[in-house]
Design a binder for this molecule. Sequence first.
Ligand SMILES: Cc1cc2nc3c(=O)[nH]c(=O)nc-3n(C[C@H](O)[C@H](O)[C@H](O)COP(=O)(O)OP(=O)(O)OC[C@H]3O[C@@H](n4cnc5c(N)ncnc54)[C@H](O)[C@@H]3O)c2cc1C
Length: 374
Amino acid sequence: MTTSDVIIVGGGVIGLATALELAEQGCTVTVVDRQAVGRESSWAGAGMIPPGEVHLSSRGYRQLALASSALWPEFSARVHELTGIDDEYHRCGAVILAPEDDPAALDDEVTDWHTQQVETQMLDREQVRQTSSRFSNRLQQAYSLPGQAQVRNPRHLKALIAGCRKRGVQIREGEAIEQLDIRGDRLVSVRSANNVFQGEQFLITAGAWSGAFGELLNVQLPVAPIRGQLVMVQLQRPFPFIVEQGKRYLVPRLDGRLLIGSTESLVGFDRTVETDTIEILREFAACILPEVEQLPVERSWCGFRPAATDRLPVLGRAPGLENVIIGTGHYRAGLSLCPVTVRILGNLTLGREVEFDLHDFRPERFAEPIAEHV
Ligand SMILES: Cc1cc2nc3c(=O)[nH]c(=O)nc-3n(C[C@H](O)[C@H](O)[C@H](O)COP(=O)(O)OP(=O)(O)OC[C@H]3O[C@@H](n4cnc5c(N)ncnc54)[C@H](O)[C@@H]3O)c2cc1C
């Protein structure tokens, strides 16, 4: 039997970063994962960190997005200093292209960014062309978003794992949690096929698999996987900024690798990467950067975004259980929202005040009548 102050079920970016924070606050922490930690959605993502939020209207969510973007530089620097591993976090900026079917959408987005005091600049066709001579000359209207940042997420995970080990976090891989021992309003231990993990506080950060814990905890937790596919090519020379169009994007790494994403499919945990989707993504990239047409696909993969039915994170105590905290449902933004999530989950675990309004993220919302669930 393993005993710690805190048991964290699920070692993605959310679980690992929270483990590191709690260990730094003096807790003994065990992270339990059914496989190698840091190999699921957090590894598969593109690592974009927007300077706020314009797609989801929840005020609470927008506050989290703004706060998290502001926390990232220090969050990344701290892990770098601790481990010597550079996660390549940097503010690369972005150019957001008008969706082909809805060019006017940009005006609303720019207005929305301004209400969040985020800098943007509208670019007409000529200005788009001036932004990069490598762009196709068929591109139309766009705006620039200088505050957009990115992190090379596989490296960030490597750094978090190293940081956790350095701070004494026990990482237990190959332990799928299948059973929970609940006594009254407390969770006493969680069990894999071969081991028991006992703690004072438990965090459920199992990403797209978190839904299964709803049943075990006897709470409604409608979190499901949304598969996203990504393609990578190696450019001959690095490209400086992110380009987005609707839900698709190009994310250039500092070494010239270019991630081309992404898709959304509700197919359960099917890990198929589809040949025709790879081609569609490559064509999308080539319409923006014609040089991509000549480049072979170096790698393609998919990952499972953890999505609640309302697409908002689930952050807070599990209803009816005083020592279980849920931290999941980050959907398309688990990397960008990580620093603020760590603050929230860390403070909840330590019984400290949380400085953010968590109303929209409360786990009990799924059991409430629809009118209250907004
Ligand atoms: C294609 C794609 C692109 C993305 N792009 C971005 C982006 O640009 N920016 C951004 O911010 N976000 C992005 N995301 C979303 C982001 O990756 C996720 O929101 C985030 O990684 C979720 O982190 P997590 O720690 O909750 O989950 P995960 O990283 O999936 O980790 C969950 C962990 O729990 C473990 N686990 C599950 N069940 C059990 C169990 N029963 N017992 C023990 N362990 C268990 C798993 O093995 C896994 O290691 C993207 C995602 C995808 C798929």
